[in-house]
Structure formats: structure tokens, C-alpha cells
Design a protein around this ligand. Structure first.
Ligand SMILES: NC(=O)c1ccc[n+]([C@@H]2O[C@H](COP(=O)([O-])OP(=O)(O)OC[C@H]3O[C@@H](n4cnc5c(N)ncnc54)[C@H](O)[C@@H]3O)[C@@H](O)[C@H]2O)c1
Ligand SMILES: [Zn+2]
Length: 341
């Protein structure tokens, strides 16, 4: 067990790594606690919640809406949730994002505890205080940055997680290694190859994200490096809804690595290594999309017009930098990476 503190604007959020869910019970008042979970987690883990009241939302990105937030508000109202209560989100990134947003906005903020149950939520979504829902056709357009009171990471939840979901979390772990810690990247690579336990690697991923967020909680600078692979990744997710988030981001990371090489930051061998690491885990999905379509989607998504895009590149393996890239340059690189498959 390891406690990782995240020092933020309003205090400290303790992240309890490797702690069983049951350890939470003595820290909460059961009469003033509301669990929020999704249908899948509820079905698998209902006995864990004992007599605590539970609100269950559906599952999948489609429920990440203001309508679902309203369902939670209604449950808060019916049960008399006020600022003496705690909302405990138990689920993947979707449950964590929605419940944390509902808690942040209810009565101008009730306490919130996140218990991530997917690998992606453990190493990424539950860490750093971003919450929110999708609006219209835009992801995470409505939301706040507000740190939860605590996060409890219990890796035993992962025993029931489907492989494809595990890979999505792994993609973010690779991302953390690529942007911040070359040694960590190698360890994740080895664990994947040997099937070694990843509990300790989850803690390290949390530490990497915590150290970045603590330096730039509101994403005015450094925190942007966490978007590595995501600019192209988000465009691909839009073009091809059958792709998992991690698969789309993996293609994005391969493109960013190639671009980093073309810009003279990393060697060809390093760019190839990035692609090989991702391909070895089946993360590098085949995408039939043309480079031009991907670039056009990114252009359309850009809030302001212009010929360049702020893009996260690798200065070296284990260090990232944000660079303005002309769309034309991006299209050429996209074409190279896309024809590799
Ligand atoms: N707030 C942030 O900083 C941040 C960062 C990254 C991603 N996100 C958000 O996270 C969301 C994706 O999160 P996700 O990948 O966890 O998806 P998810 O919450 O949809 O979970 C994936 C699937 O796994 C199921 N599941 C959850 N735990 C399980 C378990 N232990 N065993 C078996 N099945 C389980 C869920 O019901 C769901 O069907 C996206 O909406 C994304 O925008 C937020
Ligand atoms: Zn991601």
C-alpha cells in the first residue's frame, strides 16, 4: 500500500494505492454517503457496497451527458445530500467524470471520493481533478477542475476487466513513460512481455501524472504534455467509433513519434521503437483512414482557425515538448505512418 499526496490549490488529495475497497468503510459515515456506479460494476461488485445507498447509471460514452448529471441531482435531492455528505464514484473514467462533476456542482461542491475500477481510470481519469460530461458532439465540453477528497486504487477490480479495456489503460501507461520517464517505459514494456504483475507500475504511473498536475493544475503549460498522442487520437475516434480510445491514442503516439523524428528530436530507431512497443501489445490498430481525412477532422475540431496546431512531441524518449506544427507537415507525417499498416 502506498499513499501518494497530490498538493493542489485547495489542499491535498491523498491517493491510496493498492488499498482494498473495504478500507474505505471506516473513513466514511454510511448515513451520509452515496455510491455512484454503472450497471456493469454494480452487477459485478454489488456485495462490496453492503448497506450503502447506491445510484446506478448506465454505461458507455453515450451516458456521459447532462441528462445523467440530472439523474444524479434528482437522487441527491431525494436522499437529502448536502455538503456534509460524500459522493463515492466506483467505476471507470465515465462514472468518475460524471459523478465528480455532479458532486462539484451540487450545492457548490460536496465531497467526492473516486474509486476507479478500470486501468485507464486508475492511472489517468481519476487523477488530476478534471471532471465533466460531453455536450452536443464535443467531448468533455462541460466540466470543472476540482480535486476529489481522495482516490482509492484497488487493483483487484482489474481481475474482471476485459483485455481490450486493459490495453486502453496500458496505452496511457506507455504515454506516461514516453513523456516523462524512459526507465518506467522500459519496465512497462517488460511487464507486458513477461506477464509480470503491474500493481507497482500503476503506482508509478499515478506518481508521474501527480507530479505533472501538481506543477500545472489548470493546464496553462506543462500539463498539456499529457495530451501526447491525443490530438490525432481524438480525430481517429471521431472518424472510427469502433476504435477503442487506447487504440486511437496509440496511432496518435506513433504519429507524434514519427513527427518528433522528422523534427530532429529523436532518432529513426527511437520512433521505430515507439511503434514496435505499441504494436507488440496489439494496440496499433489498422486504420483505413486517409491522412487527409484525419488532418481535416483535426482542423474542423480546432476552436480557432489557423494553419498550425499545438502538438506534443518527444524531445527524447522520456521527455515531451509542445510545438506549433503546420497542418501541411502533419499531413505528410500522417501519410507515412498510415502507409506502414
Ligand atoms: N478526467 C480525466 O482526466 C480523464 C482522463 C482520461 C479519460 N477520461 C474519460 O474517461 C472515460 C473512459 O474511461 P474508461 O476507459 O474507464 O471507460 P468506462 O468508464 O466506460 O469503462 C469501460 C468499460 O468497463 C466496464 N468496467 C468498469 N470497471 C470494470 C471492472 N472492474 N470489471 C469489468 N468491467 C468494468 C465499464 O462498465 C465499461 O463498460 C472517457 O469518457 C474519457 O473522456 C477522463
Ligand atoms: Zn487518453
Amino acid at each position: 500500500m502506498k499513499k501518494i499526496p497530490l498538493h493542489h490549490r485547495d489542499g491535498i488529495c491523498d491517493i491510496h494505492c493498492g488499498e482494498p475497497f473495504a478500507a474505505l468503510v471506516p473513513r466514511i459515515d454510511p448515513r451520509r454517503t452515496l455510491i455512484v456506479t454503472d450497471t456493469v460494476v454494480q452487477q459485478l461488485y454489488a456485495p462490496l457496497f453492503g448497506c450503502l445507498p447506491v445510484v446506478t447509471v448506465g454505461q458507455g460514452e453515450a451516458i456521459k451527458t447532462l441528462e445523467t448529471v440530472e439523474i444524479l441531482y434528482r437522487a441527491f435531492l431525494d436522499r437529502g445530500v448536502d455538503r456534509s455528505w460524500r459522493v463515492v464514484a466506483v467505476g471507470g473514467g465515465i462514472v468518475c467524470d460524471i459523478a465528480a462533476y455532479a458532486a462539484a456542482s451540487w450545492m457548490r461542491g460536496v465531497r467526492c471520493i473516486l474509486v476507479p475500477t478500470t486501468l485507464l481510470a486508475m492511472v489517468d481519469a481519476a487523477i488530476g481533478g478534471k471532471n465533466g460530461v460531453n455536450y452536443h458532439r464535443f467531448k468533455n465540453l462541460v466540466g470543472t477542475i476540482r480535486q476529489p477528497d481522495e482516490v482509492l486504487i484497488d487493483p483487484t477490480f482489474l481481475k474482471t476487466l476485459p483485455r481490450r479495456e486493459m490495453l486502453c489503460g496500458l496505452a496511457e501507461m506507455f504515454k506516461h513513460g514516453l513523456i516523462a520517464d524512459a526507465g518506467y517505459l522500459q519496465e512497462v514494456e517488460q511487464a507486458v512481455a513477461t506477464g509480470a504483475p503491474i500493481d507497482e507500475l500503476i503506482d508509478r504511473s499515478v506518481e508521474i501524472k501527480v507530479s505533472i498536475v501538481a506543477q500545472d493544475e489548470t493546464e496553462t503549460g506543462l500539463r498539456r504534455i499529457l495530451n501526447f498522442g491525443h490530438t490525432v487520437g481524438h480525430a481517429l475516434e471521431k472518424l472510427d467509433p469502433t476504435l477503442a480510445h487506447g487504440e486511437a491514442v496509440a496511432v496518435g503516439m506513433a504519429v507524434a513519434a514519427e513527427l518528433s523524428h522528422r523534427r530532429g528530436y529523436i532518432t529513426k530507431a527511437d520512433a521505430d521503437r515507439v511503434r514496435a512497443i505499441l504494436a507488440a501489445t496489439d494496440l496499433l490498430a489498422t486504420t483505413a483512414h486517409r491522412a487527409g481525412d484525419i488532418a481535416a477532422t483535426m482542423r474542423a475540431d480546432k476552436k480557432k482557425s489557423g494553419d498550425t496546431l499545438a502538438f506534443v512531441l518527444l524531445k527524447k524518449i522520456g521527455e515531451a515538448v509542445v510545438v506549433d506544427i503546420p497542418f501541411t507537415e502533419l499531413e505528410v507525417t500522417l501519410a507515412t505512418v498510415c502507409q506502414h499498416r
